[in-house]
Ligand binder design. Structure first.
Ligand code: GAL
Length: 831
């Protein structure tokens, strides 16, 4: 938010000429005569296929050009241009003169256009963008397990400032004493802020200049009127001595809150405030800036993470910022959708922005939703030469300066993900982060145990779990300093890639592996928590993934549709009932027709199973395998339950004995039955009058139902004695397409807007049809464009698309048609 809500901001995302023609001799882009190819930011330098492509599609140099009239009214003012993200090096030319350049595709770049601006005339602004992966800057230099994409993929805006302006406000929102809650649930708090002014002049701040601040409520505190002023008024008296932007620091006095006090920012109630900073010359307003802040105390201690004094287990996922077809170039609204999915669908409390700083729009959403964030500098395993390291240091500086007001950020990652120790280098990145933001700890993600710990938190990718062993290593085996906190920054991922269209047993094992690792870190008090790898599948380089340029490591697919593993995260949280059954209950899906155990992922107390409407059994959370999880999966391993008693009339003891043998036959096969079970079978036949034929009948009727009549199963989640959710599995009689828009309406944002529509084929009961892969045709009406192809096929029964606005309001309609289904229409209002 430090980049937003500025005085006199004009979005400058529209009407850019774009060219891929590069003249190697002049080292310049060539623009065709006619303004033929106009684009809008966020822009991807290449339209990409869903899969099977390489980095050559986007790894090249390109040019963007804009011709504009500089208004006469800008005379005497400062004209500042901000490019929020240019992947990966940008050089800016105004009327043929180079004004500056910026290295690094993940942080914003601000420069002044004044130096060669022609007032009252046409000016030509050119961006030369280098998106080649051969660049000698992070994250490049070796292989990387993600596509790095190219283009100007975030917003560009212009600000017209007076000759002195507010370049930055760094606000520390401090709850003075979190033990001192008053009867209204409010606390005494204080804001300290450092205001940085920009100016071309050096010397003293001109006589009469003052900075005034106010703290106002936002609508996130429903108990006070939005905009209500809490505290305000102080005057600065420091001098100016800078050159251009960000040279003068005016340290602001402490601003004391007055009654009724402040509310804390927390995971459940992320209360936000706005710090309004205004620069005055006498009574004339020169500049103002709004900074959104939240009061919270976030601490990593040797035994874990504490938010506002309360110990919280971090349960998070890693997130890339990429999308099918456009790479990074999605507007803030779609980026923010991911925060909503993490918080409300996957119900995690944290996200790691692997492996770079992400969109301000995503971070704003994390602030609003109460999602904890671990963010980090760009990079992947490789450390380059001195020049490369200097760029990494600059990127560390930019990350902290541009993101430090977000209350959601609790940790800075100041190492190149999974790199070797390099003490000189990392001493520098640590010092930069600590100096620019003394309020937050540092971490740095490594795959090394006991490496040099220069940070405050040991953050480690623990991939120890292979399916049958421990879920995570204990802290003492990993960290080099037990007195500092320990956090697992990744797990699973490449250890068990899983496609939405893999067979059921594979998808279930994927889910259980996530459950096992979570259970392991929930069980170890001194592990602050973990971030699973990862939120969704992503396009990657040939050295990784499944050969089709996709890494299938997500708990969701590329369109953010949930795979089975998504539900083991969602079910850990209280609140709205979750019930997902791991199986579609088709024995033909399994070798030998043996389904084995089925799992229910639920936050309820128990699950009741009914077969053909007859009660079978009530099952409880599997605390034996998952002793530490808030809501362990529930193992459904007895599909016979009480049926031998209720349906066949056997008395209890005999029914149990028969079941034991039947289960053993299912498990080992009739011919390889262990001696113990052969004896038990014999006993039943000799002493209890059981015949072999009767045993076979029961087996085929209740277990090995191969070729038998297909059965109906109902599962009910029971909480406090009440059924809170139920799932019905029966033969598919109808295919129903679900189209789920990311939002029912779109409001004008900083750029064109876009919205996702997720598509899922279900049966008549809403169960996913995981092997539906048929084509669908996407048709749009109204002021809208489709992002990506108009004919797609679902994968694993799921898929999606994206719609973008074209600058007009009205209803946009997506119609989805298929061969053997009812068409579906989604209507989204553009306001
Ligand atoms: C880690 C890496 C991630 C991803 C993951 C897959 O080593 O940090 O970017 O590649 O492995 O499991």
């Amino acid at each position: 938010m430090s980049l937003q809500n500025n005085h006199n901001r004009q979005n400058w995302n529209q009407d850019w000429e774009f060219t891929k023609l590069w003249n190697a001799e002049t080292g310049k882009p060539e623009f065709p005569e006619e303004k033929s190819n106009l684009v809008e930011f966020p822009h991807s330098n290449a339209a990409l296929p869903y899969h099977y492509f390489t980095e050559t599609e986007y790894s090249f140099r390109s040019g963007y050009r804009k011709k504009f009239i500089a208004e006469q009214a800008w005379e005497g003012k400062e004209v500042l241009l901000t490019i929020e993200a240019a992947a990966h090096v940008i050089e800016v030319f105004l009327n043929g003169q180079k004004l500056g350049s910026h290295e690094g595709g993940y942080t914003a770049y601000t420069l002044s256009l004044n130096d060669n601006l022609l007032l009252g005339q046409e000016n030509e602004l050119i961006f030369q963008v280098d998106s080649r992966e051969e660049l000698n800057i992070p994250p490049f230099g070796n292989v990387i397990d993600y596509m790095t994409y190219g283009g100007i993929y975030r917003n560009v805006y212009l600000e017209i400032k007076e000759k002195v302006w507010i370049a930055d406000v760094y606000a520390r929102a401090i709850p003075i004493n979190i033990e001192e809650k008053d009867t209204e649930g409010q606390y005494p708090g204080r804001v300290e802020s450092t205001v940085t002014l920009g100016s071309r002049e050096t010397g003293d701040l001109p006589e009469g200049y003052t900075i005034r601040q106010k703290l106002a409520a936002t609508s996130s505190d429903s108990t006070v009127e939005s905009g209500k002023i809490f505290a305000g008024k102080f005057q600065s008296d420091k001098s100016l001595n800078g050159e251009l932007v960000q040279k003068v620091t005016v340290k602001v006095n402490e601003l004391k809150m007055t009654a009724p006090g402040i509310r804390l920012w927390s995971i459940d109630a992320p209360c936000l405030y706005i710090l309004q900073t205004a620069l005055y010359d006498g009574d004339t307003l020169m500049d103002e800036k709004e900074t959104v802040i939240g009061f919270r105390r976030a601490e990593f201690q040797a035994d874990g993470f504490y938010l506002n004094g309360e110990k919280i287990k971090i349960r998070g996922l890693n997130r890339h910022q990429s999308y099918p077809y456009v790479g990074y170039a999605m507007p803030e609204g779609v980026q923010a959708e991911d925060a909503v999915i993490l918080k409300k669908e996957l119900r995690v409390n944290a996200v790691r922005t692997s492996h770079y700083p992400q969109s301000q729009g995503f971070l704003d959403a994390c602030d609003r939703l109460g999602l904890l964030v671990f963010t980090e500098i760009p990079g992947w395993q490789h450390i380059g030469d001195e020049a490369w390291k200097e760029t990494a240091c600059r990127q560390t500086e930019e990350m902290v300066l541009q993101y430090r007001n977000h209350p959601s950020i609790i940790l800075w990652g100041v190492r190149i993900n999974e790199s070797q120790d390099d003490d000189d280098f990392y001493r520098k990145t640590n010092a930069i982060a600590h100096q620019l933001d003394p309020t937050r700890p540092t971490g740095g993600v490594r795959f090394l145990k006991k490496s040099h710990l220069l940070e405050d938190v040991y953050t480690y990718n623990d991939f120890v779990h292979t399916g049958r062993n421990q879920g995570a290593d204990p802290k003492k085996e990993v960290t080099s300093d037990l007195s500092k906190a320990y956090l697992i920054s990744e797990y699973n991922g490449h250890m068990f890639p899983t496609k939405a269209f893999d067979d059921e047993a594979h998808r279930t094992e994927h889910t259980l592996r996530h459950a096992r690792v979570m259970d392991a870190y929930y069980g170890q008090e001194d592990i602050a928590g973990g971030f699973g790898w990862c939120m969704f599948d992503y396009n990657t380089h040939k050295d990784f993934g499944s050969g089709d340029a996709i890494c299938y490591h997500g708990v969701m697919d590329m369109f953010r549709n949930p795979k089975q593993a998504a539900y083991v995260y969602a079910s850990q949280e209280e609140g709205e009932a979750v019930l997902e059954i791991s199986s579609a209950m088709n024995i033909g899906e399994y070798p030998g027709g043996a389904i084995g155990a089925v799992y229910a992922y639920t936050n309820a107390d128990a699950v009741r199973m009914y077969k053909n409407n007859k009660f079978v059994k009530e099952f409880y959370p599997d605390r034996k395998e998952f002793p530490h999880l808030p809501h362990p999966p529930i193992k459904l391993d007895d599909f016979v339950g009480e049926l031998l008693e209720t349906q066949e009339g056997y008395e209890r003891k005999k029914a149990e004995a028969i079941k034991e043998v039947l289960f053993a036959v299912a498990k080992y096969g009739q011919n390889s039955l262990p001696l113990l079970y052969k004896m038990k079978m014999l006993k039943l036949m000799l002493f209890q009058g059981m015949t072999f034929a009767e045993g076979m009948r029961l087996y085929y009727h209740y277990i090995g139902n191969w070729g038998g009549n297909v059965t109906t199963y109902r599962f009910e989640a029971v909480k406090s004695g009440r059924v809170v959710k139920s799932v019905l599995k029966e033969p598919v009689t109808k295919k129903v397409l679900q189209a789920i828009p990311g939002s029912p309406r779109l409001q004008k944002g900083n750029s064109y807007e876009a919205v996702s529509v997720r598509l899922r084929m279900t049966d008549q009961n809403g169960n996913l049809l995981p092997y539906y892969q048929e084509p669908l045709v996407l048709k749009v009406r109204g002021p809208v464009q489709l992002i990506g192809p108009a004919v797609i096929s679902l994968k694993g029964g799921m898929g999606g698309t994206y719609l973008r606005t074209i600058g007009e309001s009205g209803d946009i309609v997506l119609r989805v048609e298929g061969n053997d289904i009812e068409p579906v229409e989604v209507v989204i209002k553009v306001e």
